[in-house]
Design a protein around this ligand. Structure first.
Ligand code: ATP
Length: 238
């Protein structure tokens, strides 16, 4: 098991954002968290990356209890997040952003990093073309690619992708999902949060459905996509 989340509870003050949620991600999987606005998806991601403290429960990564490990130490273990809303360093160039992704790598000056940069440029040719452009002047879709590229430069075992398709044109959404599938087939395990449930379920090995801070269903991507209740609630009924 690469990631095991058990009995997780997270609050914002008195608001219980997530209550007693448990889920797992096995090495090699794409696992998706689906849910309506405010269901607790981003909070769950932030807890795995260490940006939100845990009130109760545990997070175990690769056999190590990381429940209270500071966020900046998690990339060293192999957890990297591409945050919701992109979170690029807007005043830095594309290249500088990608370089920031490598800060936790012990091999950051090695050839392996150059190879990974080539791999990122293969996945996102636009980033290569624009490597000297300020991230803040890139389009929304391009910044999304940059956030994913930067997360990949950490060479993560587990890539956390929070709403990678948000705000993108339909053609680009398809492309982003293709890239997520490609990243996974190259050996990176993916935990994905998506509003675009139909696409996400199609691409996922397994998925969990969150409703108001609790997991209410889990199953394979296909089972959930075929389930009439899931269809009605999350897939527009078709
Ligand atoms: P969305 O799809 O809209 O991004 P989500 O499923 O990612 O939603 P979260 O952002 O995790 O949901 O929010 C879960 C709950 O926690 C919501 O009720 C939200 O209002 C609350 N919440 C999130 N961030 C904060 C915050 N900084 N302060 C107070 N409450 C918060």
């Amino acid at each position: 098991m690469l990631l095991e989340v058990k009995g997780l509870c997270v609050n914002y003050g008195r608001i219980e954002a997530i209550r007693d949620i448990s889920f797992t991600v096995e090495e090699g999987e794409i696992v998706t968290l689906i849910g309506a606005n405010g269901a607790g998806k981003t909070t769950t991601m932030k807890t795995v990356s260490g940006l939100r403290p845990v009130r109760a429960g545990s997070v175990v990564f690769n056999g190590q209890d990381i429940t209270h490990l500071p966020s900046h130490e998690r990339p060293v273990l192999g957890i990297s997040q591409s945050p919701e809303g992109r979170g690029c360093f807007v005043g830095m160039t594309v290249m500088e952003n990608l370089d920031m992704g490598t800060y936790a790598r012990p091999d950051r000056k090695s050839k392996a990093v150059k190879d990974d940069l080539e791999r990122v440029f293969e996945l996102f040719p636009r980033l290569k073309e624009r490597s000297n452009q300020a991230a803040g002047s890139m389009s929304g879709g391009e910044q999304q690619m940059l956030a994913m590229g930067r997360a990949l430069m950490a060479k993560p075992k587990l890539l956390l992708l929070d709403e990678p398709s948000m705000g993108l044109a339909p053609k680009l959404i398809q492309q982003i999902f293709d890239i997520v599938t490609e990243i996974n087939s190259q050996g990176t395990t993916v935990l994905l949060v998506e509003q675009n449930a139909a696409q996400a379920l199609k691409r996922s090995h397994r998925a969990y459905i969150l409703e108001t801070g609790e997991i209410v269903r889990e199953g394979t991507g296909k089972d959930l996509a075929d389930d009439p209740a899931v269809k009605a609630a999350y897939l527009g009924g078709d």
